[in-house]
Structure formats: structure tokens, C-alpha cells
Write a protein that binds this ligand. Structure first.
Ligand SMILES: Nc1nc(=O)c2c([nH]1)NC[C@@H]1CN(c3ccc(C(=O)N[C@@H](CCC(=O)O)C(=O)O)cc3)C=[N+]21
Length: 290
């Protein structure tokens, strides 16, 4: 069993970014700048945002955090996004999800300029990603690809089984791995909540690579995967005792895996890293730097 160490990979990729940024700053340019919008007080979001800000500093970026109360009106958020879209001193914007129920998430995402959409959630970027055009790719899916690449895990020709069809993870990673460019060329099965249990098991038991993003602790058990599987655990579940676990029963499943991601220290770290890669690209686009 080998660990797909998201912390180690992240540190290496962030160091590469920091080196490039230092070069740009030496040549007289301003630093890349990331803006985060956070609505309300949601404990996990506070922790994710902290992680993004800390990492952006390590990458050599400037950042600012804009907070709104839980009761903010959709129109106020839209106005702020418009202002950021037009602000030449910021390269990328993240509206931390989830948003309160009274706000239409899609309205907010659609309002972000595709050029500043470092989350890769805007329909323009999602469409471009799907079609194989230049695009900001959804950060978690992109981070998983970067992690597999870093450890030189073969993807081409493999059977990949994705569990969960969310717009932010399951759907984009399925598309990216099945595409005929980048890291793709896998054969992908996308399973979800309506997949009958027997069919799910048939698929996961023969999958070379299994990616799980369902948000249920212990969802993937030892009997569900084959010997030598590559297992990517996207889950982040907070137990009552405060411990963070993924969607995989790690202790029983890990011995069967050729590669497995830990939680924490796996995909979560790579999500943040992918956001930094996207921010750097947004900045390079702004200044016409190759
Ligand atoms: N607009 C938007 N963009 C996002 O990228 C976004 C979002 N909304 N909403 C929630 C998810 C989740 N997410 C994570 C960020 C950091 C860690 C992370 O740093 N995890 C560490 C530590 C986890 C901890 O200790 O809390 C780890 O897994 O090792 C994980 C997950 C970004 N998301």
C-alpha cells in the first residue's frame, strides 16, 4: 500500500508556484491576488477559507476575505461580484459554498466573470473543460488529477469508477478522466444515489481506480474493492469526537490498495493547491505571461 500524499504533493506544487511568482515580482509586477467571499458563520467553511488564505500566502499571493452576514441579500452579493469582476487588482474570486438557503447558488456562480472563476464552477468554464478547450477546471477534480500525475499513477486505459455525481466533484472528474486530452483516456463509470446496490458493487469490485465523493463515513468497505485498487477518498466528514474522516473505512481498506489518499492530508490539500494553480493562470492571463 502506497500513500497518495496530498500534503507532500501540495508542498511541491506550491513551491513551484512561489518560485514563478517571485520571478514576476522581481520583474516589477504586482503579486497575484485572490479574493474570497464568505457568507455567514459555518465552521467547516471557516476552516477551508483559513486553509486557502494560508496556502495563498505560501504561494506568494495577496488575498482578501470579504465577509457578509447570513442575512445578506442576493442583490448585495451580486453587486459585490460585479465590483470584483471590474477590479483590475484582483485575479481570481471564490464564493465559498454552501450559501444560505435564500440565495440562489447558480445565480451567484453565473455572475462571476469566467476569467476570474478560479473554482471552475461557471458554466462557461465547465463547458470549455468538457469540450477540451482552455478552461479553469473545478478545483477538487483538477487537484485529484494533479495528485495522480505527481505519483505517476497510470490512467490511460484504466477502468475508473466514480461514486457520487455532484457538480463540484463527481461530474467533472468523470468528464476529465474520460476525455482524450490531459490526464484522461480512462473508461469511466459514474455511479450515484439511484445506482442499485448490486450494480454499484459490480462496478466498484472491478474498478482499477475508485473515486468516492458521497459524504458518508465508512461508505467504502474492504469487500467493495479489488486487490490493488487505486482509491481516491474525497469525503471530509466531521465525527462527533471532532475527528475528520473520509468516505473510506481506511484501516480495513488500505491494505488492499496499491494507492490510497489519506483524510486529512489527501484530496483536501489538493483542492486548495488547484485553486492556487488556477489563480496563477488567471494572473498570467491578465498580464499576458505565456
Ligand atoms: N467555492 C468553493 N470552493 C471550494 O473549493 C470549496 C467550497 N466552495 N466549499 C467547500 C469545499 C471543500 N474545500 C476544502 C478546502 C480545504 C480543505 C483542506 O484544507 N483540508 C485539509 C484539512 C482539513 C481540516 O482540518 O479542516 C486536509 O484535508 O488535509 C478541504 C476541503 C473547498 N471547497
Amino acid at each position: 500500500m502506497n500513500l497518495l500524499d496530498g500534503k507532500k504533493c501540495a508542498e511541491s506544487l506550491i513551491a513551484d508556484i512561489a518560485k514563478k511568482v517571485a520571478g514576476y515580482v522581481d520583474s516589477g509586477l504586482r503579486k497575484p491576488h485572490m479574493t474570497i467571499i464568505l457568507v455567514g458563520k459555518h465552521a467547516p467553511s471557516e476552516s477551508y477559507v483559513k486553509s486557502k488564505i494560508t496556502t495563498s500566502t505560501l504561494a506568494g499571493f495577496d488575498s482578501n476575505l470579504i465577509r457578509f452576514p447570513e442575512t445578506v441579500k442576493e442583490a448585495e452579493l451580486l453587486a459585490k461580484i460585479q465590483e470584483i469582476n471590474e477590479d483590475q487588482t484582483t485575479d481570481g474570486v471564490i464564493v465559498q459554498l454552501p450559501l444560505p438557503k435564500h440565495i440562489n447558488q447558480q445565480h451567484i456562480i453565473n455572475a462571476i466573470s469566467p476569467d476570474k472563476d478560479i473554482d471552475g464552477f461557471h458554466p462557461t468554464n465547465f463547458g470549455r473543460m468538457t469540450l477540451g478547450q482552455k478552461a479553469f477546471r473545478p478545483a477538487t477534480a483538477y487537484g485529484i488529477c494533479k495528485l495522480l500525475q505527481f505519483y505517476e499513477v497510470p490512467i490511460k486505459g484504466k477502468h475508473c469508477v466514480v461514486i457520487g455525481r455532484s457538480n463540484i466533484v463527481g461530474k467533472p472528474i468523470s468528464i476529465m478522466l474520460s476525455n482524450d486530452f490531459d490526464i484522461g483516456n480512462a473508461t469511466v463509470t459514474l455511479t450515484h444515489i439511484e445506482t442499485p446496490r448490486e450494480l454499484l458493487l459490480d462496478e466498484t469490485r472491478r474498478g482499477d481506480i475508485v473515486i468516492v465523493a458521497v459524504g458518508i463515513p465508512g461508505f467504502v468497505t474492504e469487500d467493495m474493492v479489488k486487490e490493488g485498487v487505486v482509491l481516491i477518498d474525497v469525503g471530509i466528514n466531521r465525527l462527533e469526537n471532532g475527528k475528520i474522516v473520509g468516505d473510506v473505512a481506511f484501516d480495513q481498506v488500505a491494505p488492499k490498495c496499491s494507492w490510497i489518499t489519506p483524510v486529512p492530508g489527501g484530496v483536501g490539500r489538493m483542492t486548495v493547491t488547484a485553486l492556487m494553480i488556477n489563480t496563477l493562470v488567471a494572473y498570467q492571463n491578465n498580464f499576458n505571461l505565456a
